[in-house]
Design a protein around this ligand. Structure first.
Ligand code: ATP
Ligand code: MG
Length: 500
């Protein structure tokens, strides 16, 4: 029997950039197929071609055994293909329900009854995620008011509501926590039982091995390998991904001196979702924030950065109390903030890579005008340290792959030379190799005297770089892990231990 999807020899160029030179992918009926590869290897481009959102320059694309003509996403939708966009496609001003139904009227001539049936289906879908939807989620709330993980769930619901036969999830789990991912995987498995196929893109190996039946690997625009998940292991997959380039493992480093002076201290930090949190980070230290997602870690970082100021409590930098009522004030005191939620907190969409990096430097150095010739070498250096794939600093930010955009937002802060770094799940969507480079860079900045506060939704990331981890539950610190308790076992136990 012909596979549901058979793609071969697909090529695509964007101007001078070759995004794909030999993309291939075969997906069977009722199969969960993982697609992986380094940032910029062509995964999103291949998926957009399959979903009719990007036109290919060459290659064969068959659906249900027949050549598919895809001139528009609608053509693919009619053939039963649905795409979850890595850069989310939601309209912030519209409600959750309106976003989910947006475009439905185009694809099917709906009578009143079937519209009502669709609403009932969506309500059923929402109830699947009900235990993990978090505060403030309802079908009638505008998407703009939702947190990153909630938006990601809306995008998932939006795709599922169309009942496709082949669903492509382009990094659909990047902003989700473990419990949310577990429910999402259950839904995928139920769909598989109904004969629905999915393509699942993720940079997290544990997820890929937990849920996929097959794994296809891309490198530099070429499909280089495909495995049955049961017959392969992580080493083989990583090897296919990176080729002969070595991958850094653990970040080894000398422990910071205990007597190091405090870079930043918070005393009794309080806000609506944070209850009297005190902590101190020394020069040279990387302090991790652990626990389930949404227990106050991001709220704390945004408070320290002045983006969501504390209602009570004091912040001291280098021993001096400072009022941090706005991000501009924080930046002037040498504080930097990197968020993995690039769409919402970070990107100046439609602007160049240069402008996206420069805006932080301008505030830090109180400049009103910039001299690109002076700044460019500095920015290029920061991007090079992270192995960023880009054509030129003048290219629009939207021309970069998702992971490479995230590297620009990291570089933005590296270029400011901050002494306190607040990292809010910064490596979301960044591939394994670049992640290791980024963490060793963070280690290097700490060694030069920076104090770093680091939240990651991925425990492995926390454990590989942190000197100490504070575990959060419901807006409070409930455990502190150091030395021999810096293990996955202790972290999991502390995170789940007192969770609501
Ligand atoms: N609209 C565009 N204009 C110019 N270049 C583009 C465009 N879209 C993608 N590219 C380039 O094509 C290459 C492949 O990008 P793609 O988004 O497919 O990568 P990816 O594998 O999805 O990476 P990531 O893991 O970072 O999401 C990258 O070099 C990217 O810069
Ligand atoms: Mg991508």
């Amino acid at each position: 029997m012909a596979p549901l999807l058979d793609v071969a020899g697909v090529a695509k160029r964007f101007g001078a950039v070759t995004a794909l030179s030999d993309g291939a992918l075969r997906v069977g009926t009722g199969e969960i197929h993982a697609l992986l590869g380094a940032n910029g290897s062509g995964k999103s481009t291949l998926c957009k071609i399959i979903a009719g959102a990007v036109a290919r320059d060459a290659g064969v694309l068959q659906l249900h055994g027949a050549d598919a003509v895809l001139k528009h996403p609608r053509d693919a939708e009619r053939l039963g293909v649905g795409l979850f966009y890595q850069e989310l496609s939601l309209v912030p001003q519209l409600t959750v329900a309106d976003n989910i139904f947006l475009g439905h009227e185009r694809t099917a001539p709906l009578g009143f009854l079937s519209a009502r049936r669709k609403r009932a289906d969506v309500t059923a879908l929402i109830s699947r995620f009900a235990p993990v939807l978090g505060d403030g989620f309802s079908p009638d709330v505008p998407v703009a008011r939702l947190a990153a993980d909630q938006r990601q769930i809306v995008e998932i619901l939006k795709v599922l509501s169309r009942k496709p036969k082949l669903i492509i999830f382009d990094e659909a789990t990047a902003a989700l926590d473990r419990r949310q991912v577990a429910i999402f995987f259950d839904v995928l498995r139920e769909l598989r039982a109904e004969g629905v196929s999915s393509i699942f893109i993720s940079h997290r190996m544990d997820e890929i091995f937990a849920v996929s039946d097959r794994i296809t690997v891309m490198r530099n625009g070429v499909t280089v390998a495909s495995f049955a998940t049961a017959d392969t292991d992580q080493d083989a997959v990583v090897h296919a991904m990176v080729g002969d380039a070595p991958l850094r493992e653990r970040i080894e480093h000398p422990r910071p001196a205990n007597a190091a002076p405090a870079r930043i201290t918070l005393t009794s930090g309080t806000s609506r979702r944070l209850h009297g949190v005190s902590l101190s980070v020394g020069a040279g230290e990387i302090l991790g924030l652990g626990g389930l997602q949404g227990q106050g870690q991001s709220v704390l970082l945004q408070g320290l950065f002045g983006a969501a100021p504390f209602t009570n409590g004091t912040i001291a930098i280098d021993g001096k109390p400072v009022p941090v009522r706005s991000p501009a004030a924080a930046v002037r005191h040498g504080v930097a903030y990197v968020s993995g939620d690039r769409g919402r907190d970070a990107a100046l969409q439609g602007r160049s890579i240069f402008e996206n990096i420069a805006n932080a430097t301008l505030v830090r150095e109180k400049r009103r005008v910039f001299w690109p010739r002076q700044l460019k070498p500095r920015f290029e250096e920061a991007l090079k340290q992270l192995n960023t794939k880009y054509a030129s600093l003048d290219a629009p930010i939207g021309s970069l792959s998702g992971g490479n955009q995230q590297k620009v937002f990291i570089a933005r802060w590296l270029a400011t030379g901050a002494k306190v770094l607040l990292l809010d799940d910064p490596a979301k969507g960044v591939d394994l190799g670049a992640k290791a480079d980024f963490f060793s860079l963070a280690r290097g900045l700490a060694a030069e005297g920076a104090g770093i506060v680091f939240y990651a939704s991925d425990d492995a990331e926390l454990l590989s770089v942190c000197d100490r981890i504070l575990v959060f539950n419901s807006g409070r610190i409930t455990a502190e892990l150091t030395g021999s308790t810096l293990t996955s076992f202790h972290l999991t136990k502390a995170a789940y231990g007192e969770a609501a």
